[in-house]
Design a protein around this ligand. Sequence first.
Ligand code: SF4
Ligand code: MG
Length: 330
Amino acid sequence: VTKRFPVRSVVPRRGGGRRMVHAVENVSLSLYPGRITALVGESGSGKSTLARLLAQLHPLTGGEIRLHGRPVRPARGRAFRAYTREVQLILQDPFASFNPVATVASTLRRAVALHHPGTSRGEQDAVIDDLLRQINLVPARQFTEKYPHELSGGQLQRISIARALTASPAVFLADEPVSSLDVSIRLGILNLLRRLTEERNAAMLYVTHDIASARYFAADTAVMYAGEVVESGPSEAVTQRAAHPYTQLLISSAPDPSRAGAPRVRDIGQPPSLIDPPAGCRFHPRCPFAMDRCTREAPPAFDLPGGHAARCWLYADTPEARTRRAQNAD
Ligand code: SF4
Ligand code: MG
């Protein structure tokens, strides 16, 4: 899929023409039932935009979304509600996604009523009790009669997961679901999401800037840079045998508790503007292995063993690429 936004600017562009933000460019991503796919990248890499595109919160500029193998048509109104029954978005900040002046019970009842029209209040409450039990918030009454600000971030994120479950979705899109939460409770929420994905045989896109959590949590990982997926494959391969220089950089600059005290963050420069992204490989201004062609031609995705792929000229079958690859392996 592709998404470009017009740049809102008060300064007219010389020579006319609208400047566009190339937020997501020709990204192809597959999600599978019962499987978690991590989408990893720095802030501004386009990963939240991609999640919102998949949730149909923005129209696509190009490409298509398929659900259960069938192309999805842009949906509004009732068709959009039907789509949200299948595809649920879980956001980073649970406080921002709840009405602050409504009790949790009334928010959840609205969600149940939306996805199960015609249910009585008693039936809605039974559904809510059951969902809260599934996410380990018991006794339910202790939580449902509260307002969002009376709950902790972790409790409210569990409740937002319960709200997503009212729809029985086939796909969860979880956009940094734990990054606003205290470190001590992140693992519990991730384990909950994993259990629900498995029990319900749902697909999950787990959006994160934390590549270490991708390895722990997700079967597959896609790495996004400047609006493009630059590497993808089984998480084990992507994190243990990272092929793309950007993935290697992400891994080497990630905090690693086992290397406490060691220099952690290399100077990796800044991600590019998506308004006029660099020509050729978008990573070339930051890449220690950049070759001539990298500045001119955008690399295709090269297949590596085991369902692993990298969008990088190092994997082309040329003498120069072989030499550089050897340097990269040192
Ligand atoms: Fe570096 Fe070239 Fe590979 Fe881009 S294509 S990551 S510039 S080696
Ligand atoms: Mg984001």
